[in-house]
Design a protein around this ligand. Sequence first.
Ligand SMILES: [Fe+2]
Ligand SMILES: [Fe+2]
Length: 173
Amino acid sequence: MSNDILKTLKKEHDEVNALLEELNNTTERAEKGRPELLKKIKAALLPHALWEEKVLYPEFKKRADRDGLQTHAEAVQEHRAVELRVLPDLEAASPTSPEFAGRAKVLGEFVEHHAKEEEKTMFAMARKLFSAEERADLDAQYAQWKASPQLNEALAQASEKAAAALRANPPPA
Ligand SMILES: [Fe+2]
Ligand SMILES: [Fe+2]
């Protein structure tokens, strides 16, 4: 917690990007290491993404101008791509396969791009749209939500949605 939601989220971007880089530096010999890292990545990425979707993005959308609405739509679409396709496909791959390495690379590229864009565009806009007090309040709300049972509910729902997307459209073998 940093008393500014935008700083907290930026710090989490750095953490998840570092983990993704670590994953992308593994080789097929990391049969156990890769799933362990993937678990850590999900634990860092999903609460962050789900809270953005539940709280930050809708609040931002309410205050956004036309450019802001496009930025919002872009962020939502990138979340959908990662949560419903890129991440589930990676999880479906055997950790020692070339598919795993290829899909991990795509996840790293998507998340890095999304985080950079969010910081440069949406967060820059949000800094003007939300007062320091509001940002501190959101930061406290986020910390509270992460420690609450609502987090587990949100994670369970997200996991069901990801499994359904995978069933509906499985990746090529
Ligand atoms: Fe995001
Ligand atoms: Fe983010």
